[in-house]
Write a protein of this length. Sequence first.
Length: 561
Amino acid sequence: MSDAPERPLTAAAGDGSAAGVLDRSPDGQSAEAAALPDSPASAPTAPAEAIVVLDYGGQYSQLIARRVRDCGVFSELLPHHLPLEEIAARRPRGIILSGGPASVYAQGAPALDRGLLELGVPVLGICYGMQLLVHELGGRVEEAEVGEFGRSDLHVAEPGVLLAGMPHEQTCWMSHRDTVFEPPPGFTALASSSASPVAAVEDRARDIYGIQFHPEVVHTPYGQQILTRFLTEVCGCDPTWSAASIVEDQIRRIREQVGHGRVICGLSGGVDSSVAALLVHRAVGEQLTCVFVDHGLMRKDEGEQVISTFRDTFKVPLVAVDAETRFLAKLEGVVEPEAKRKAIGAEFIRVFEEEAAKLTGGEGSVRFLVQGTLYSDVIESGGGTGAATIKSHHNVGGLPDDLQFELVEPLRALFKDEVRAVGAELGLPERLVWRQPFPGPGLAIRIVGGEATKERLDVLREADHIMQDEISNAGLYRELWQSFCVLPDVRTVGVQGDERTYGYVVVVRAVTSDDAMTADWARLPYDLLETIASRMINELREVNRVVLDITSKPPGTIEWE
Ligand code: XMP
């Protein structure tokens, strides 16, 4: 049994202070066990030099792939049962076997295809991956009397190639109960810990390596260095994968795909669609037209910012549709959350179709549609390619099938943090690069228990603006997954000056999360909360009470509806 958390997600001590609360890196990746495609149709635009990470079900296998990329080498995460030919066809420079929850000796445990070891490519097993190698090659793996979970002291007896140049005593992060007691014949044991007699092995002649601990988590301080040594010293990779190289590579690929064709892109103001649009614009210039539908449910000044960034700064041809009146009309009398979402989604499609129709038909019609699909979407949706995979993307409301476009997906190979790096490389302003996730149906789903009227939207927009302003002033914007306000359709009694008031309650919600699957309420400093609350009450005459949501996910969701 083996698996490791990406990072220990310690919440604040509960003393109400901010200490230790916001210390999570926001760049985490999906904590979901990746539901990998059975047979990924193709590598997502892999460059010449790539590492294959085979997923044995470790909850954080994606993190290994990301850490490899952090070292400057492209990596792809593939299911462990992918046929050998498909792995070989990718001509990887190295193969990493991930951790996983099984015991190598258990019936039905994911096995090792021995052909992997005949490909002439170095193999590194991590945790379960190491146990698998050891077990298959004649070493001894057994359940230990005590497990080893968390920080451990690693004693390096023989550095070998992986641990060379590093301290002989170091800390590492372990997460296993099964343990390697003896390396297979031909292997050298490199290190041990109190609970792991054999914590790292190598066989240089066959280029096979194993480490019991997790180099991908931040609690293994030399983890990144160890991975780098595997990639450069063992696999001979040239660490050139970077935001700049991605930009160059994608521009070339987009030009190849699109030729002289015309392209349309639905801009939402979010980082994915913004970066995708900018890449395509860099590649094919005015062949691209962006469509920005302002449904009137955006945050304060957001529409203007998107328009000025793309139209004025980047000179991207942009059709901006002010559709507030249309959307508000559709939202009249709608209270139920899903009904709101449906009304907004359907209207979005109508507006987008109308704009697309103006650009299509006849000479020079639009053939391509840009989508900001990310690598995590590719992994989670089964890895298919082509037009059939137009997904019902929240932000574009789910485009109907009869919109016959060929997809351009320049972010298909990238994790979210790489998208941000590309955005920065392309000169996208910080506030767009680091924009917190914002739901497609916008502020409408933050007015709960009531209709999203213009009056309520305006109150919520102003409250949200104050919240963003103070969170940014406190330097916390990037650390939080999301920070926002909710406006329940509730009024309470208050007293201001000598007068009784009867005003709205604003709910302040801030969460930390790695992937939105789970989230913890952020322990914002009391002083900051006080500033936020008093600004809202002083500046917004409709508001007389501010409350804080301290619900984590689960049991709550991040949004209120
Ligand atoms: P929940 O509320 O389910 O949200 O914990 C998880 C993440 O998804 C976002 N979210 C949405 N995004 N359209 C979107 O584009 C939606 O209808 C929607 N509902 C929730 C939410 O902001 C959070 O990041």
